[in-house]
Design a protein around this ligand. Sequence first.
Ligand SMILES: [Zn+2]
Length: 201
Amino acid sequence: MTTTSATIDLDQPVRQRNAFTDGVDAWLAHRGLDPNSQALRGTPMRLFKALNELTAGYDEDPAVLLSARFDVERSDEMIVVTGVPFTSLCEHHLLPFTGTATIAYLPAPGAAVAGLSKLPRVLDAYARRLQVQEQLTRQVTTALDSHLDTDGSACVIRAVHGCLAHRGARKPGSVMVTSSYTGRFQADIDVRGELLAHIHD
Ligand SMILES: [Zn+2]
């Protein structure tokens, strides 16, 4: 049996055409640039591939990521990962926003826990989509509470937005902070304080 490869050779002089690349060509021409120049010939297809890579999270299912669980001796202590880097794409401008997240949850007493590497992967599954930062933050805690047995979860995201830094208000360096707390993170000030202490370690 033979399989044909759908790989696109970006150096090919004849580009693979689609409605998307036609649109980018039209914009280049609108800007007075030559879409057929050596420099720009491959640009529409490179952009097409880059956008697909930046939105690969649509192919990930957080329920599946969180389905592998294991028992631990004491599972009622806070599980926290901090400084998790991510890249996302704002749904309003298709410009990247990048930052770091702190993700935490409290397993319900006796509950099995997810592997630590799964928390960054859940973040990525949602970050690599067209996003709004508030929504991304909330989706992480909702996924943890939906697919794990928790007494609460938390997500705090600090991010710099391309659409705020480089266009519009043009405020590079402005950091947007969003947080989502559920269960005991929401109800118990001491639990939240313990989490914030980890963030500032
Ligand atoms: Zn934006």
